[in-house]
Design a binder for this molecule. Structure first.
Ligand code: GDP
Length: 345
């Protein structure tokens, strides 16, 4: 990422975001996405300031295989939500986006109607880095959008890898989009993803696909009943419809309202958010620790030879890891030689 040409003060970013200034919101997100230490410090200060104004949005994750209709759906459902009076932030977690250019999630050109709407803010997936890094940036971007006053956040991801777990861990409600031709193979969607879903929407249920869609609806309803009852107390639902023809969107909105009412009442909404915060804390510590470890002089000095020893089967990986960790700890105890605590992440 190129350095930003100019930066504002923490006050300017904070006040800009809180007043809903879209230019400053965009710039604050760019700050979050920057890998420069100085930008990260500034971003952390802004996040701390805006934190009290966050948490009020309904956060919805949307996943499904490529081609199922996620962008079309978000364009249609987003328009529906705006018509209900909501303001909408659309984000994406797609760690592969820098590899598969052209299929970048959240791409504005794929959501023609909402991307130009004054009450919608679309931000493509941050590029580069590990899933953990991309997820962290998206999570922080979500907080900035909430502070800027958006009351619905849609986070899109491709349902083929690990990223849906990351998205599931940052949202209140997780929606899985499926196609009408429910085969035994469940369309390449892993059982684990179905288990995470609070709702399944069978898209493209139109014309001659209606019969297949009905069969799919029954099959998925049946499959969901086999899972243990979710901690939310909400029973995951299956609906069918068409993003293209805007059919079935009202049912989904009703699910959201029911889910929110139910989980507010039974306390799950708050507990889930608290657990997500703790998970976020742990993820951040692990991420930072691994950075500090791999960047420490002691580990760097031995990294090449350790890798060679492991690949040549001279030493088992577990023992090699123990040795490196010991070296790192020794360096830590002698700050004159090795200062892992003094290094930025
Ligand atoms: P994504 O890869 O999951 O984001 O899918 P897209 O939204 O890009 O849609 C993939 C293709 O399916 C496009 O050609 C869409 O026009 C089409 N599509 C999406 N939703 C529907 C739908 O409800 N009905 C029909 N017939 N086509 C749809």
């Amino acid at each position: 990422m190129k350095p930003m040409r100019s930066r504002h003060s923490v006050d300017t970013y904070t006040e800009g975001v809180l007043s809903g200034d879209r230019v400053l919101l965009g710039q604050a997100i760019t700050l979050i996405e920057s890998s420069l230490d100085s930008d990260q410090e500034l971003a952390a200060a802004v996040l701390e300031r805006i934190l009290p104004a966050t948490g009020k949005a309904f956060r919805m994750g949307i996943t499904g295989v490529p081609g199922v209709g996620k962008s079309t759906f978000i364009d249609a459902f987003g328009s529906y939500l705006v018509a209900q009076g909501h303001t909408l932030g659309v984000l994406a977690v797609d760690p592969s986006s820098n590899l598969t250019q052209g299929s970048i999630l959240g791409d504005k050109t794929r959501m023609e109607r909402i991307s130009h709407h004054p009450r919608v803010f679309v931000r493509p997936s941050p590029s580069g880095g590990s899933l953990g890094g991309v997820a962290r940036k998206t999570r922080e971007t979500m907080l900035l959008c909430e502070a800027a006053g958006f009351d619905m956040i849609l986070v899109e991801t491709v349902g083929v890898g690990q990223s849906e777990t990351a998205v599931h861990d940052m949202v209140d409600f997780f929606l899985l989009l499926m196609l009408p031709n429910a085969g035994d193979e469940l369309q390449g969607i892993k059982k684990g993803i179905m288990e995470m879903a609070d709702g399944i929407f069978i898209n493209k249920a139109e014309a001659n696909a209606m019969d297949k869609a009905r069969i799919a609806q029954a099959a998925y309803s049946q499959a969901l009943r086999l899972f243990a009852p979710p901690a939310s107390g909400w029973h995951p639902q299956v609906a069918m419809g068409s993003a293209l023809n805007e059919v079935g969107l009202h049912t989904l909105y009703q699910w959201m309202l029911d889910f929110q009412q139910k989980t507010w009442q039974n306390g799950y909404w708050e507990i889930n958010r608290q657990e997500q915060s703790i998970q976020w804390l742990k993820d951040t510590i692990l991420h930072r620790l691994s950075h500090i470890f791999f960047e420490s002089p002691a580990v760097k000095a031995h990294w090449e030879q350790t890798q060679a020893a492991v690949t040549n089967k001279e030493i088992p990986p577990v023992k090699a890891a123990q040795q490196l960790l010991r070296l790192w700890q020794e360096g830590y105890r002698q700050p004159g030689i090795d200062k892992p605590e003094g290094q930025g992440a």
